[in-house]
Design a protein around this ligand. Structure first.
Ligand code: C2E
Ligand code: MG
Ligand code: MG
Length: 695
């Protein structure tokens, strides 16, 4: 750090030394010059005095000196007198020696007589003076002999002065020695005084200024300290601000990241099915739209595969939505394994999936994929304790051909899927224009069915149920028929699903129930006593909270004995209806019998079955068809028989068409048979005609 005091001290010291060192000697030099001038003047004056007062003697000596030796000059009368006179003049002066040289440089006179006769021709002082110039020189002598004796350590000013004659010509030279020792000593003292004084004054000046400078230094240091402190504070503030900015920055970055994440989550949700993680309907539609344009440009074909699970509704209804959701996730995962990466799989909602296949070269490519999709369901889905057997139906539409727009292709694939479903489980079907006509037909049929009830186009046919061992009539199943003026005779397999989908089934089912009871009572009243009559129930009827009341009113209105009525429910119906146990218990309490229709095709577990207040199991026709052909079907029938026996159920075999089937069933102990072997479903009069006891 810059130290002002130290700097000032150093500079001042140098200046003081310089000032003292320069001023002292300068002063000495000037004083010496002055003193020398003064002394020279005095020497000159003395020489003048000597010359004026002793002119004649000097001139005589000079003229007499020529050719004389030194001794003569020392001993002659004239010389001694001159010496006495000169010494007299020198009395009380500082002149210590006077010498006279003739023009030839010989010392013709000296107050120190030993020097007389010496030649000074080469002396610079003499030479200068002989040429007319006065010259002086100051010298220090260790000792000098004067007329008053010898002296030690003296300063002497020697002046060479020309001696001029009357014509002003230089005739000789005076040399005068003047003792200036006291002056020189005084001068020396003065010089020391001046030097000391200067040094002292400067020192005093320095001291005063030093105080000021030190104070200034203090102020500077103080300021510097404050500046340093301020700088430190500033640095801390800057650091804190930087930190804060960084924090704000990270916070901002965090917020941006969060916003981006939220945005991408929104984007994700907008295009994905949250349950399975597959693309959703919107995503599929956008992709298909893009694909259609791209394929048209490249002249390529593409296929849309509409996939619908065959028994999902039953699973969902019976095992709950939790299991249903898990099943959908598993199905999505399994389907994904079979769909190529370049193709797109999406979930449209519920149990409907859809797949886009691009770059189709031949229908065979699509068939392969559809086959793989169906095969994906061959192994059961294991969810917790449940092992679920599922299948899928696939409808396929191709572009170009089956449509050029997203809407057409999706609708046509959907239509084709319905056809595949109609073929039975686990099938795929390509779309054909005829299907659209069918679909339109469905709509027309639905509209016609709406009117059918009021128009009296419906009727109830009856199919006999006989005792296996005797062939005796034990009951009849009521099966609805629709004789439409526009469509002709329509079988229930065609219009019951339609009625269920449109909700018409409730009114229709209740009508069949009332009509059957009415017919049964009318027969009884007229003497034809049918042991029992069965009526099929739809899940939609059972779901109605007022169902028991409606049923009770029908029984009341027709006077029907509840014990003569049997209600047929499929396993899925029983499982789908909430609180079906209580409901069935209430039906049981009324005295109504219950039969499980299409048994073997559902999922009833043993424990579940055991608790059901059901008396009869109706083995599905599909198993009966397998008798003599399919050992698996036969095994199932055997198992059902054993199960029924152990749980104390009565068994009816449906769709028995041959004696072989009848004998096989009889062999297993199946109590009742129903099928074409014993009679088709026929109108009531025909039934009565066939089965009323002959009188
Ligand atoms: P389902 O209750 O299993 O009725 C048995 C079906 O098998 C009847 O068909 C019957 O005609 C047929 N069938 C019986 N024996 C044989 C046979 O030996 N060979 C062949 N090929 N078929 C046989 P249908 O009458 O067409 O009824 C079909 C289904 O429609 C019924 O199956 C039942 O689920 C439903 N259904 C019929 N009437 C009603 C009704 O009034 N209400 C409700 N909810 N469903 C009904
Ligand atoms: Mg039935
Ligand atoms: Mg059946």
């Amino acid at each position: 750090m810059f130290n002002l005091s130290r700097y000032f001290s150093t500079v001042s010291f140098i200046l003081i030394v310089l000032a003292a060192g320069v001023l002292g000697p300068l002063y000495q030099k000037l004083s010496l010059q002055q003193m020398q001038d003064l002394a020279e003047g005095r020497n000159l004056a003395m020489a003048q005095v000597v010359q004026n007062s002793l002119r004649d003697s000097i001139e005589a000596l000079m003229s007499d000196s020529v050719g004389r030796d030194a001794d003569y000059l020392r001993q002659s009368e004239k010389a001694r007198r001159l010496q006495a006179r000169v010494l007299e003049l020198m009395q009380d002066t500082d002149i210590t020696r006077v010498k006279i040289y003739n023009r030839l440089g010989s010392t013709i006179f000296s107050t120190d007589s030993s020097q007389i006769g010496e030649s000074r021709l080469d002396n610079p002082g003499f030479r200068s003076a002989i040429s007319g110039a006065l010259i002086s020189s100051l010298t220090h002598r260790n000792s000098i002999d004067g007329h008053e004796g010898s002296r030690a350590e003296v300063d002497v000013l020697a002046s060479y002065i020309p001696i001029r004659g009357h014509d002003q010509s230089v005739e000789g030279v005076f040399e005068l020695y003047q003792n200036v020792t006291p002056f020189v000593a005084q001068l020396q003292r003065n010089m020391w005084l001046v030097t000391g004084g200067v040094a002292l004054v400067f020192a005093a000046l320095y001291l005063m200024q030093f105080l000021v400078v030190r104070r200034a230094q203090g102020i500077l240091e103080d300021q510097e300290g404050r500046i340093a402190a301020a700088r430190d504070t500033l640095e801390i503030q800057v650091a804190a601000r930087t930190d804060e900015l960084k924090r704000t920055n990270t916070q901002l970055e965090g917020e941006i990241v969060e916003r981006r994440q939220a945005q991408s989550k929104l984007n994700y949700l907008a295009y994905h099915d949250p349950l399975t993680g597959l693309s959703n309907r919107r995503s599929f539609i956008e992709r298909l739209d893009e694909s259609l344009r791209e394929s048209a440009r490249r002249g390529e074909r593409l296929a849309v595969l509409f996939i619908d699970l065959d028994q999902f509704k039953q699973v969902n209804d019976s095992l709950g939505h939790g299991v249903g959701d898990e099943l959908l996730i598993s199905v999505a995962a399994r389907l994904s394994e079979h769909v190529r990466l370049i193709d797109m799989l999406a979930r449209l909602g519920g149990d409907e999936f859809i797949c886009l296949m691009e770059g189709v070269r031949a229908e065979g490519d699509v068939e392969t994929l559809a086959g793989e999709i169906i095969a994906a369901f061959e192994t059961p889905f294991v969810l917790g304790d449940h092992e679920l057997f599922l299948s899928a139906s696939v409808g396929i539409s191709l572009s170009p051909g089956d449509g050029d727009s997203v809407v057409d292709l999706m609708r046509n694939a959907d239509t084709a899927m319905y056809r595949a479903k109609a073929l039975g489980r686990g099938n795929f079907h390509f779309y054909t224009p005829e299907m659209t006509r069918d679909a339109q037909e469905r709509i027309r049929m639905e509209n016609l069915l709406r009117r059918a009830l009021d128009n009296g186009e419906l009727s109830v046919h009856l199919q006999p149920q006989v005792e296996t061992s005797s062939g005796r009539l034990v009951g009849a199943e009521a099966l609805v028929r629709w004789n439409s003026p526009e469509l002709g005779l329509v079988m229930p397999t065609r219009f019951i699903p339609l009625a269920e989908d449109s909700g018409l089934i409730v009114g229709l089912g209740n009508w069949v129930l009332r009509e059957t009871c009415r017919q049964f009572m009318q027969w009884r009243d007229s003497g034809f006593d049918l042991p029992q009559v069965s009526v099929n129930l739809s899940v939609k009827q059972l779901e109605r909270p007022e169902f028991i009341d409606v049923l009770s009113r029908i029984l009341d209105d027709t006077g029907m004995d509840a014990t003569s009525l049997k209600l047929e429910l499929t396993e899925s119906v029983v499982m789908a209806v909430a609180d079906s146990f209580t409901l069935l218990e209430r039906l049981r309490d009324l005295g109504i019998s219950l039969a499980l229709d299409d048994f073997g095709t559902g999922y009833s577990s043993l424990s579940y079955l055991k608790m059901l207040p059901v008396q009869q199991l109706k083995i599905d026709k599909s198993f009966i068809d397998g008798i003599g052909k399919n050992s698996g079907d036969e095994a199932i029938i055997r198992t059902v028989m054993e199960l029924a026996r152990s749980l104390d159920f009565e068994v009816v075999a449906e769709g028995v068409e041959t004696i072989a089937q009848s004998e096989f069933l009889a062999g297993l102990g199946c109590e009742q048979l129903q099928g074409h072997l014993h009679g088709k479903a026929v109108p009531a009069p025909e039934f009565r005609a066939r089965w009323s006891p002959q009188p």
